[in-house]
Write a protein that binds this ligand. Structure first.
Ligand SMILES: [Zn+2]
Ligand SMILES: [Zn+2]
Length: 286
């Protein structure tokens, strides 16, 4: 079984009720954080986990809302890990990730220096190891396998989706993308597809062109649902709601998804949790 928790269901627009984009996937005794939007460590604490418990950080792309708390994850893991010679945090993302991680360490250079000077048992900067991929197998450890494939969030490029497999269960995390063949292929037969969505019908009514621009590189609820149908996934899990789901309108969002996907649909508030069991997909992986 893989357990998926929507840690943050928000978007770039600050919301008092929703943290920035971030999802937790637990597979066996391994814990993966996918993207690290604002407030992620508070939400991680709410589920009894923390930066020092992560097996790896997976980044779908380098948009600010998805990496807003990267520094917090790296620094907090460092200062809250008390075992000597602890392994570095693997950070897996698209090309550009190493540069962003290095720049983050530079931005926190003063803090890192203060702490090394103050604590005898902190003798080196936060240990991280960055792996950049656009395709292929990125993780194979203790019966957890992770593959990535490119997505289409142009002009943001490159961007990737992740497929996590464990003991027959599988979850695909699409990130921000319009429908594309490589995502369909990656998601084929998966137990669940976690997909970011925007309501183009609502966003297109807004007066600011800059906000309407986001429609051309995101999937609508219906488009994400159609992707789930083509791929034959068992559960569609929606997140990254733009605009935020207004009170009492959850059923409206669910109906839009149901217009293009007739299996289990999950959406909700931060900390919404979904269990993905083996055999939930309907189409064999190709
Ligand atoms: Zn994005
Ligand atoms: Zn986004």
């Amino acid at each position: 079984m893989i357990e998926v928790t929507l840690l943050g269901t928000g978007s770039p627009i600050p919301d008092p009720e929703r943290a920035g984009p971030s999802t937790l996937a637990r597979a066996g005794d391994q814990t993966f954080l996918i993207d690290c939007g604002r407030g992620v460590l508070q939400r991680l604490a709410a589920v009894g986990s923390g930066a020092n418990r992560l097996s790896a950080l997976l980044l779908t792309h380098l948009h600010s809302d998805h990496i807003a708390d990267l520094g917090d994850v790296i620094i907090t893991r460092w200062v809250s890990t008390f075992t000597p010679d602890s392994p570095p945090l693997p950070i897996i993302g698209p090309p550009g990730t190493a540069e962003v991680v290095q720049a983050t360490l530079t931005a926190f250079g003063h803090d890192i220096g203060y702490r090394i000077a103050h604590h005898a048992d902190l003798t080196a900067p936060p240990p991280v190891e960055v792996h950049e991929y656009t395709d292929g197998v990125v993780w194979d450890r203790d019966d957890v396998f992770i593959r990535v494939a490119p997505t289409d969030h142009r002009p943001v490029t490159p961007t990737i989706a992740f497929r996590i497999e464990h003991a027959g269960a599988s979850v695909v995390l699409a990130g921000d993308t319009v429908p594309c063949q490589s995502l369909d292929t990656l998601a084929a037969g998966a137990g669940a597809l976690v997909h970011t969505v925007i309501r183009k019908d609502l966003v297109n009514q807004l007066p600011q062109q800059r906000i309407r621009d986001i429609c051309d590189y995101h999937s609508s609820v219906q488009e994400a649902a159609a992707t789930a149908t083509r791929a034959g996934v068992g559960i569609l899990i929606l997140t990254h709601y733009v605009p935020a789901i207004a009170a009492g309108t959850e059923d409206e969002w669910r109906a839009l998804a149901a217009s293009a996907f007739d299996r289990q649909i999950e959406l909700g508030d931060d900390l919404h949790r979904v269990q993905v069991h083996p055999g939930m997909g309907v189409k064999p992986a190709s």
